[in-house]
Design a protein around this ligand. Sequence first.
Ligand code: HEC
Length: 121
Amino acid sequence: MFIRYSVAIIATIMIAACGNDKPTMKYEAPADGKALFKTNCSSCHNVKVKLVGPALAGVNERWPNKKKLHDYIHNSQAVIKTDAYAKSVFEANNKVIMTPFPNLTDDQIDAILKYVAEEEK
Ligand code: HEC
């Protein structure tokens, strides 16, 4: 009787322990704003000098709504349709269409914006 009980208890503990197994976390390197900027943006943007697109210094202040700024980088043309400021920037830059970046994650965009904020000092 006692042995039966022990087996049952051990089995229960083992099953519970298995249930606690967490899936192994995938390691993701923190987004590198400088590298992302160089790869995706630097053909048209510099932080301090106007190239094809405007100098990005001060962009965090010009876009107080962070969600809108992310949307703009994901797809500028969609935001230009609904936002007067975005439309004015488009017109001031000869209506050159900025490449959409639908695949950049929010973390990657934040890393780029942080890089811009550090470079503009
Ligand atoms: C093909 C050229 C091109 C590339 C590549 C590009 N942009 Fe632009 N960007 C522009 C142009 C041109 C404008 C001006 C607005 C317009 O014409 O739509 C602009 C405007 C912007 C603005 C608004 C600036 C302001 O003063 O409010 C932000 C923010 C911006 N770009 C961020 C980025 C980021 C971040 C990347 C890289 C992930 C990037 N852009 C890549 C051309 C580009």
